[in-house]
Design a protein around this ligand. Structure first.
Ligand code: B3K
Ligand code: ZN
Length: 874
């Protein structure tokens, strides 16, 4: 692609059309609530078509003001409103109910009607496969009843619900079940009370024909907590792993953070239609069934790991989210960044820590770095939003977690724990801010962390360059460091950021650590660090463990990376050396330069043959950087050149290392039922090897993959075999796809895999395939998992999505516009692949831009999609 030299600036976008209803909320406008609601009683007369909700709010004026009470509402039919028992006619301002209240307290009662079965947004109370359930974060409670729906209004909830007993035998809400009874007309009722004041976004209710996997956990203070995972009866056998994960998470939070569970009951419910992974409602977590249900036949090792991760994440929220919540939605990372950091540490502790770190960094680079480098860049604590749902991003979650990790690294384990102890004590029962969190860490540890606050407010990934000079005569080595942050939307000028770099020197000859690891804190734009007594040529091992979320460029001599890939004593940096070695070759060939693949195949071979490395690490290390990651390194992206360069390297590895790959593929020690990190590692290595064998020789690959597919006794091997086959032009491909469908078409989560595998296929025909699949009788645009499996997966299939004729763009645009009519939140999450249009060669860039314009110009567009598409154009 050396001949393609576009000037992306010529692709100027038009002004986004003004949209008066889509106004931005700004962080600087925060004001404490005018009215508080210490107590609320809710009474639900449940019916999928028409549910009556009666709410009694004890209202208290907050401060000295004469502003009216404003209650948020959305798609509610108001039946009646009363103040202190007297019927009133409230005013309406937009969607808000406005009531002038003379005194400092009042009892406000409303009665509304809602239609759960018609709720396709899956926010508020909705129906999923015969179950009635809720999702309130961030602003869904207002779709259930009129309320000041903001996270700094904390209330004690009493809930009564009544429903048909046959259809809805189980009635659940937050807290404790205090009473239940029959109505005599086939209906029954239950009353729940939650003793912990909570914001409305943590309210939950479930009614359905559910069965529980029940267990218990005894807390460190000796209290017995009843645990239930509620699912459809047929799914009960698939809940064992989630239950084990929950108990491990409860014990881990006691041991690592001293946090004990606080109610006598903890319920989890799994539903098939859910906008994201799961939700941490107090005492009643509601989950996307994908993060609960698993068995050997239907779930992969990655699925099992994701279940542990998400179950733990939601459980950890009980303290970092529920007991201490967010003052306003700009502070979202207070609970999400911290909770992701907590779940990452948990997964590292129960599995392989190095492999977990590699995984986390891979996610960060795949999802967050592009965000930071594109038109949707925002700070970990954003300054404004049109639709808050659009800010549940990799920046708020994963970069937020990296920010906490950096502070934890600087403090060390003991001081970090002192800081978090103080945070939990000081803010228990409050709605807090990110500043409160840093202050508690500082006060608890006695360490000034104020410099790190810029990571909350400044968007963009810092770019650090490093150069090591060595003088053999004086045995002195000097490390030169420089940093810069590129402008992001709304932030043209950037300040230097504090960057903690775990750094060591490795001897090029001895292959050993010659300068022990130290923590270098780069605070200014530039710094130099001196090393004495460096007796042999040193190799720079820097940003070990990925101690800072940065893009690092190191000025290296030829051969350094290959040597580091063998010698680095930090597993992450060793992985990184091999990845960087591959990346250099890939970027060279994608830009038409001569690429020497030999050092790469040599290093991959050495990694495969190493006795010192375990299978899981080998698998991660030899996996080639993805096409989007290669594209991120290019000034102008030609997806065909990127694809060809990656395929060429895969072929070279497959051909050159045939024997090493065959022996890796032959590794034993992974019986299908064995979920130990070692067995998972062996399966991973075998499956990575299989894909590379197929890259070297399609026929051999197809034969092996088909044999594995037919013989597999677990979903990891079955899915991986099919994953290799779908990208090949072999007769086994269609046979295997048909066999997979025949066997699993009644299992929605496995059927999602079938859709996703085809949408991920590395073939020219994939764009035709996804169009056909969109008309498949099993495709359901209203089911978020199915939509993501097809359209979401396709959007990240770099080569196929960026088909030069623009058909990939048209497909995704149509999907987004169709999905937006039903579920704006999920539709908006499909937009980011379009956002990088300025970086593509001009023809594709123009087609991408046109797609965004078509979206922005569509009639009746939601504010979710409007915000993402219009910002992507800017
Ligand atoms: N807190 C929820 C996310 C809610 C998303 C709302 N659009 C799940 C989680 O992060 O644990
Ligand atoms: Zn969370």
């Amino acid at each position: 692609m050396a001949d393609v030299r576009a000037t992306p600036e010529v692709l100027t976008p038009p002004e986004a059309p003004p949209s008066p209803t889509h106004v931005a909320t700004r962080r600087e406008d925060y004001r404490p609530p005018d009215w508080l609601v210490p107590e609320i009683s809710l009474d639900f007369d449940l019916d999928p078509q028409r549910t009556r909700v009666r709410a009694s709010l004890e209202i208290v004026r907050n401060g000295d003001h004469d502003r009216p009470l404003r209650l948020d509402g959305d798609e509610l039919t108001l039946i009646s409103a009363r103040v202190d028992g007297r019927e009133v006619e409230p005013g309406l301002d937009g969607k808000q109910l406005v009531l002038d209240l003379p005194g400092s307290r009042a009892m406000v009662e409303t009665e509304v009607e809602i239609a759960p079965a018609a709720n396709t947004k899956l926010m508020g109370l909705y129906a999923s496969g015969g179950i009635l359930c809720t999702q309130c974060e961030a602003e869904g409670f207002r779709r259930i009843t009129f309320f000041p729906d903001r996270p700094d209004v904390l209330s004690r909830y009493r809930v009564r619900m009544e429903a048909d007993k046959d259809r809805f035998p189980i009635l659940l809400s937050n807290g404790n079940n205090i009473a239940a009874g029959e109505e005599g007309d086939g209906r029954h009722w239950a009353q729940w009370e939650d003793p912990f004041p909570k914001p409305s976004y943590l309210f939950a209710l479930v009614a359905g024909d559910l069965k529980a996997n029940s267990d218990s956990f005894t807390t460190m203070s000796g209290r017995k907590v009843a645990l239930n995972i509620w699912v459809r009866e047929a799914d009960l056998p698939k809940t064992a792993h989630a239950m084990e994960s929950l108990k491990l998470a409860m014990a881990w939070d006691e041991k690592v953070y001293g946090r004990e569970y606080d109610l006598d009951l903890f319920n989890i419910v799994a539903v098939a239609d859910f906008n994201m992974g799961a939700m941490e409602n107090k005492g009643l977590n509601i989950f996307n069934s994908a993060y609960v249900l698993a068995d050997q036949e239907t779930a992969t090792d990655a699925d099992f790991d994701n279940i542990s991760r998400v179950v733990a994440h939601e459980y950890f929220h009980n303290w970092s989210g529920d007991r201490i919540t967010c003052r306003d939605w700009f502070q979202l990372s207070l609970k999400e960044g911290f909770t992701v950091f907590r779940d990452q540490s948990f997964s590292a502790d129960i599995g392989s820590a190095p492999v977990k770190r590699i995984d986390d960094v891979r996610v960060l680079r795949a999802a967050q770095f592009p965000e930071d480098a594109g038109p949707l860049a925002h700070a970990v604590r954003p300054d404004s939003y049109i639709e808050i749902s659009n800010f549940y991003t990799a920046t708020v979650y994963n970069k937020g977690a990296e920010l906490i990790r950096m502070m934890a690294t600087v403090l060390g384990a003991e001081k970090f724990r002192a800081g978090t102890d103080l945070y939990f004590d000081r803010h228990d029962g409050e709605a807090a801010t990110c500043d409160d969190f840093v202050k508690a860490l500082e006060d608890g540890s006695g360490v000034d962390l104020s410099a790190f606050k810029i990571w909350y407010s400044q968007a963009g990934t810092p770019k650090v360059s490093a150069r090591l000079q060595h003088d053999p005569q004086t045995r002195a080595a000097t490390l030169h460091l420089e940093q810069r942050v590129d402008p992001t939307p709304g932030q043209p000028d950037k300040a230097p950021m504090p960057i903690p770099l775990r750094t060591a020197l490795i001897g090029e000859d001895s292959c050993a650590e010659i300068a022990a690891e130290q923590l270098v804190l780069l605070e200014k734009a530039q710094a130099t660090i001196e090393f004495a007594n460096v007796a042999e040529p040193p190799l720079l091992s820097i940003n070990r463990g990925f101690s800072a979320p940065i893009v690092l460029t190191v000025d290296r001599r030829p051969g350094e990376l290959e040597r580091l890939a063998q010698c680095d004593t930090d597993p992450f940096s060793r992985y990184e050396a091999l990845q960087e070695l591959m990346m250099c070759a890939l970027v060279a060939s994608a830009t038409g330069a001569a690429a020497d693949l030999e050092p790469v195949t040599r290093a991959v071979g050495a990694t495969l043959r190493s006795d010192a490395l375990d299978a899981a690490f080998k698998a991660e290390a030899i996996l080639l950087p993805s096409e989007p990651l290669i594209a991120d390194r290019l000034d102008v992206v030609d997806p065909d050149a990127v694809h060809e360069s990656r395929e060429a390297l895969r072929r070279a590895i497959g051909n050159e290392l045939r024997d090493d790959l065959a022996s890796a593929y032959g590794t034993s020690g992974a019986p299908g039922h064995d979920l130990s990190p070692a067995a998972k590692g062996v399966r991973r290595l075998r499956n990575v090897a299989l894909a590379l064998i197929a890259a070297g020789d399609e026929r051999v690959g197809a034969t092996l993959a088909h044999r594995q597919f037919m013989a597999a006794d677990n979903m990891t091997d079955r899915q991986a075999a099919l994953g290799t086959l779908v990208s090949l032009d072999a007769p086994e491909r269609d046979q295997a796809l048909a066999a997979f469908y025949d066997r699993f078409h009644d299992d929605p989560l496995v059927l999602d895999k079938w859709f996703a595998l085809q949408a991920a296929a590395q073939r020219r025909e994939t764009v035709d395939e996804v169009q056909r699949l969109a008309h498949h009788p099993d495709f359901r645009i209203g089911n978020p998992n199915r939509l993501r499996a097809l359209a979401g997966t396709f959007g990240y299939n770099h080569w196929a999505f960026h088909s030069p004729d623009g058909r990939g763009y048209r497909f995704l645009t149509d999907m987004i516009l169709d999905a937006d009519k039903l579920n704006p939140q999920v539709a908006a999450r499909l937009i980011p692949p379009f956002g990088r249009w300025r970086r593509f060669e001009p023809k594709r860039g123009e087609l991408m831009r046109e797609s965004l314009e078509r979206i922005v110009g569509a009639r009746g567009l939601s504010k979710d999609v409007y915000e993402q598409a219009s910002k992507s154009l800017a």
